[in-house]
Design a protein around this ligand. Structure first.
Ligand code: ADP
Ligand code: MG
Length: 625
């Protein structure tokens, strides 16, 4: 057979490599910004059009390139930053793989202009899909400008894969912010479709954070500083009372490079343990400095993950320093003794009595919960056997144990099996037996998560969170679309601070928010004032609800089916629905069941997940065969 192996042509190899480096316009932004920083620029401008789909351009005033370098910079594995593998462990630059420009040039139209300080004139090069279509001498200021147009023009599949402009812009802003945060000593400017989004002068770190996230951020920051042999930490964490519903403001920089680390993130969460509500996230802006020889950045093509030699030690130091700072700035004690009641009282439960504890149940008798089997696999056969023999000997006792806790309000006799038959024989128009609800408990909550209810044919198991979401969703949607809502007026206007992008998103949804019951007084550059709220939205939850909404708009919505009203209703329902873990009184359980079945589409949550399942008596019978 003839030889069949061939070397791939360069442009194909570049396209393949590009897949690793360039996933979306934001990847181009990151690579170009990093190159500008490596070129020692003092001022870096980022110009973006149509979320980067039409144009990403970075202009810097760095060292520039010679004619030969300009040409070579687009070759694969062409870099001025390392010469040998050993250099990998002494990295002081962002780039080192020499892949970015080659990759970008393989899948876009690239226009480069560059000039070194000492040269009279500079070089212009145009490349389209790895092919140099033009090279010229140009008059251009010192530094480099690289414009990347029509990204993925030759890979339609990738282009189609891009998300909505809102989502892609968010990715770009994220990259821009990360780079800008890591380099407060450089002036960064960003324009999108001609309007200035950021203008960040050279400053110290605190000012940089404030310039990016808004003036109100200043009062939220608690400094963290630690200097040990293995690790230097500097930066800030956000005060616990400003913890956010979204993970937006969480930044680790290791040796000035943004990284993601679930493990180190956990160290911060551990330091905040007990200070913030479940489901909220502390903000942090932390620079970690470690010996470059103790980390490996090369494990990830886009370089946001790195490997540390001694993660455990870093974890311990990080957690201790953050804890220390929170304590030192009096954060912890203040919260312990004088905390806002809203921080620890679950939604809708202020001022209510604690429910009495549920009686312990012997788990081996509980067919709804096979924990004992799962957690003690060794004794599996034994416990099955013993429960089985138990059941045989005293059938009524094991049956009872399933209903411990349900007895309190029940009027039926413990040994009365006739009731099951009674229900299945009953025929009323309603799915639920109204008469019985007045005399005995018709619903039962399990693990503060599921609500059980007897129905004619057997039983229903309702997921309380999803069910309530469905109820609220339909309610909000109705108000938003019918536009007939009632608002509660606030005694004092509520002032909320947001970044410019966040305010843009709220402004887009303003009309729908108003139909839902929000009344806005003022839209300022970095804040807004609310004077009225939908009836079922408590004032204390407003900022969390709006944050959730913003993050839903940013992250979850593909363009095509974007309906602002629907998204808003979904998001509000998600924020306001009673969560798993919340105890419901008998009346609340019944109300939930009734409202769910008054819905148009009771069987699925707004996100199309089942809200309940049914189990018929037949099915139950089968389980006992
Ligand atoms: P890397 O950054 O990994 O070296 P790149 O493909 O990003 O690889 O860039 C290749 C080379 O082009 C760099 O090593 C650098 O010498 C040169 N270069 C790229 N961008 C700039 C710039 N903005 N200013 C000066 N030189 C640049
Ligand atoms: Mg680079």
């Amino acid at each position: 057979m003839a030889d069949i192996i061939q070397l791939l042509p360069d442009h194909v190899a570049n396209q393949i490599a590009a897949g690793e480096v360039v996933q979306r316009p934001a990847s181009v932004v990151k690579e170009l910004l990093e190159n500008a920083i490596d070129a020692q620029a003092q001022t870096i401008k980022l110009l973006v059009k149509d979320a980067g789909k039409t144009l990403v351009q970075v202009i810097d005033d760095g060292v520039g390139m010679s004619v030969t370098d300009a040409r070579l910079s687009f070759e694969r594995h062409a870099t001025s930053k390392i010469r040998s593998a050993e250099d990998l462990f002494q990295l002081n630059t962002k780039g080192f793989r020499g892949e970015a420009l080659a990759s970008i040039a393989a899948i876009a139209h690239v226009e480069l202009k560059t000039k070194q300080e000492q040269d009279e004139v500079g070089t212009a090069i145009t490349i389209e899909g790895s092919e140099v279509v033009n090279q010229d001498v140009v008059v251009t200021p010192k530094g480099t400008s690289i414009a990347v147009k029509h990204l993925f023009f030759n890979i339609p599949a990738r282009r189609n894969f891009l998300k909505s402009n809102t989502v892609e812009t968010r990715h770009i802003t994220d990259e821009f912010q990360r780079v800008a945060l890591a380099h407060p000593n450089i002036n960064f400017v960003m324009y999108h479709n001609g309007s200035e989004i950021f203008n960040l002068p050279q400053s110290n770190y605190r000012q940089r954070i404030v310039n990016i996230f808004g003036p109100k951020t200043n009062e939220k920051l608690v400094p963290v500083n630690e200097d040990t042999d293995v690790l230097k930490i500097s930066g800030f964490v956000g005060k616990p009372e400003f913890a956010k519903k979204s993970r937006g403001e969480q930044f680790f920089f290791v040796n000035n490079r943004f990284i993601k680390s679930a493990y180190l993130n956990h160290a911060i969460s551990a330091a905040f343990d007990g200070l913030i509500k479940d489901g909220s996230h502390a903000s942090y802006f932390l620079n970690l400095e470690v010996n470059p020889q103790t980390i490996d950045i090369n494990i990830h093509p886009t370089k946001t993950e790195i490997k540390f030699d001694d993660e455990h030690t870093l974890y311990a130091i990080l957690r201790a320093s953050v804890k220390h700072s929170l304590g030192q700035f009096n954060i912890a004690p203040v919260l312990d003794f004088d905390r806002d009641a809203n921080l620890d009282t679950p939604y809708n439960f202020t001022g209510k009595q604690a429910s009495s504890p549920v009686i312990e149940v012997d788990r081996s008798f509980n067919p709804f919960n096979d924990d004992s089997v799962k957690t003690t696999p060794v004794t599996k056969t034994k416990s099955y056997a013993s429960s089985f023999s138990n059941r045989k000997e005293t059938p009524t006792a094991s049956w009872e144990s399933l209903y411990v806790g349900l007895e309190s309000k029940s009027t039926r006799s413990q040994h009365d099996f006739s009731e099951v038959t009674f229900e299945s024989e009953e025929s009323t128009v309603s799915m639920f037996d109204d008469e019985q609800t007045t005399t005995k408990q018709s619903t039962y909550q399990l693990h503060n998560k599921f609500v059980f209810s007897a129905i004619k044919s057997g039983m229903l198991v309702i997921d309380q969170y999803r069910a309530h979401q469905r109820v609220l969703y339909e309610d909000f949607l109705k108000h938003i679309t019918v536009k007939d809502t009632v608002s509660q007026q606030l005694l004092f206007p509520l002032q909320l601070t947001f970044t410019k992008q966040e305010l843009d998103i709220i402004a887009q949804l303003k009309g729908d928010l108003e139909h839902a019951g929000f009344v806005f007084q003022d839209f300022n550059p970095d804040s807004l004032e609310i004077i009225g709220l939908p009836i079922n939205v408590p004032e204390s939850e407003v900022s969390i609800i709006l944050e959730q909404l913003i993050s839903d708009v940013e992250h979850e919505v593909p363009d095509a089916h974007f309906s602002a009203a629907d998204l808003l209703a979904k998001s509000l329902a998600k924020s306001l629905a009673i969560k798993s873990g919340q105890t419901l009184s008998q009346t609340e359980q019944e109300h939930l069941v009734n409202s769910l079945f008054a819905c148009k589409e009771p069987n699925v949550s707004p996100n199309n997940k089942p809200t309940f399942i049914t189990m018929t008596v037949d099915e139950l019978d089968k389980k006992f065969m």
